[in-house]
Design a protein around this ligand. Structure first.
Ligand code: SF4
Length: 473
């Protein structure tokens, strides 16, 4: 139990048809249709330059109604990007007010040696290739101590699918960090790494149970949550063209379902702008959204909170967290307990990742730029109405661009990020970090209030390198 009880998640109930499937929904807590629609949005269908086809979407967002796949297609196609961005900004302000989160974290890429060769990946190396590396336990120990010394609250650890490292390497890594830095939250291993660990620990044939078992071992050793990488785009055609050999979308979702089932929170990404079509982007969002409905229903259930959802029946009722204030009779977002331990986890953050072609096998593709990146932040904020947070991952967008994204749906600018080797903004060096001062400045200049969080979005009280979790609120 996370200790929270007594509030009711508002469940918006209706019948919708999305992607050819009819989802039967029932209504729990109907509230009157709010009349105070923002003038800007009411006018959107009539002002020159605005797309009148967006009017029904504007009305749905205003009332907190879930958007359909057709809505998602229109949001991705319309030339009226500014209305799309304004809607996402409205939703973000409803959910988070002016608060914008940052964190103090350190990334460790333990090895770039990988058994696979995804075409979009500029990170991986083969064992004897120039630039291949593999960190020893002592290297990682040093990095963890440096993170503590720098006042970090989080270690973010990912790497390639190393062909020879044994499962013990990974559990030893967790245990060692837990021992020397007990306050550091360990966010580690993408879904594809978890499946790889199931294989090398001879649990690969056990499917979902094998994944659960691996995650339990890692959690026992110190793992605190999962990052969202490796999702790419949930579509078999895209998979076969761009990352054949990597796990498919259903397996990625299974890994996160298993993590949630043992109380680990996780994050969700979409790597867009390579070989996918926009309908495949929409489908990716719908699959994430559907899984999150079930995760939140289980979380509510484990906390004695009433919803009309029955996670055991795999119902597809919608839990919408983005509606107007009057739709909620209690806190709108799922809450992490002060000790950070819960029975059921959920997707806490959406992280849209633009494909950066440099040095990959898809270098001939242009990759998405400015306006498209703004649009994706906004559309994912609107479509993924049940995922609490939206991150503008500055390391891939630049801090300047991330600032714009805060005004277009994002409420998190990520962290100070020391040593990020996976994907770099064109021309940038490997060693990328920024200061808390610069993050705060970027947030303030965008018109928001900076607040430091830990990995689980608990507020942090800081005094130089020392910090504690603020459990007062
Ligand atoms: S994306 Fe991941 S799995 Fe694919 S080649 Fe790169 S490191 Fe390996």
């Amino acid at each position: 139990m996370t200790g929270l009880s007594g509030h009711i998640l508002v469940v918006i109930l209706r019948s919708v048809t999305e992607g050819g499937e009819t989802w039967s929904l029932t209504r729990k807590d109907r509230v009157p249709y709010p009349m105070a629609m923002t003038t800007q949005f009411l006018q959107a269908g009539t002002v020159a330059g605005c797309d009148p086809r967006l009017t029904p979407i504007i009305q749905k967002v205003e009332s907190g109604e879930r958007l359909s796949s057709a809505d998602g297609m229109l949001l991705l196609e319309t030339q009226d990007v500014w209305t799309v961005c304004s809607l996402a900004d409205q939703v973000r302000r409803r959910m988070h007010g002016l608060t914008t989160w940052y964190n103090v974290n350190k990334h460790i890429n333990y090895s770039n040696i990988c058994a696979l060769s995804c075409t979009f990946c500029a990170f991986h190396r083969k064992k004897d290739q120039d630039g291949a590396y593999e960190h020893s336990m002592e290297d990682i120990r040093r990095e963890a101590l440096a993170a503590v010394e720098a006042g970090a609250t989080e270690l973010h650890i990912v790497g390639g699918l190393h062909p020879w490292l044994k499962f013990d390497y990974y559990t030893d890594m967790m245990s060692m960090i837990r021992e020397i830095a007990p306050t550091l939250h360990i966010k580690a291993f993408t879904a594809v790494e978890i499946v790889h660990l199931a294989r090398i620990s001879k649990r690969g044939r056990d499917g979902y149970e094998g994944i659960l078992s691996v995650l339990r071992d890692l959690k026992e050793a110190g793992l605190g949550s999962l990052p969202g990488g490796g999702a790419e785009v949930f579509d078999d055609r895209v998979h076969d063209e761009a990352f054949k050999g990597k796990i498919r979308g259903d397996v990625w979702l299974d890994v996160h379902r298993a993590a949630h089932a043992i109380g680990l929170n996780s994050n969700a990404t979409m790597l867009y702008g390579h070989v996918e079509r926009i309908e495949e982007r929409v489908r990716h969002m719908l699959l994430l959204r559907r899984q999150q409905d079930l995760a939140l229903a289980s979380w509510a259930d484990s906390n004695g909170i009433i919803t009309s959802l029955d996670p055991d029946e795999q119902s597809a009722d919608a839990i919408v967290l983005t509606g107007p204030e009057e739709n909620y009779s209690g806190p709108r977002l799922p809450v992490t307990s002060p000790d950070g331990v819960g029975e059921q986890g959920w997707f806490q953050t959406i992280v849209p990742l633009p494909f950066i072609p440099d040095n990959s096998e898809l270098e001939h593709l242009p990759g998405p730029i400015g306006l498209e990146n703004l649009r994706m932040i906004a559309v994912m904020r609107l479509m993924l109405d049940n995922i609490p947070h939206m991150k503008a991952f500055w390391i891939m967008h630049t801090l300047d661009m991330a600032q714009f994204m805060l005004q277009n749906g994002a409420n998190d600018i990520d962290g100070t990020v020391v040593w990020y080797d996976i994907t770099k903004v064109e021309g940038a060096g490997t060693h990328q970090e920024t200061s808390v001062k610069d993050l705060k400045r970027a947030i303030r200049e965008a018109g928001f209030i900076p607040a430091e969080r830990d990995t689980l979005y608990r507020p942090v009280i800081r005094d130089g390198r020392s910090w504690t979790i603020d459990s007062s609120g």
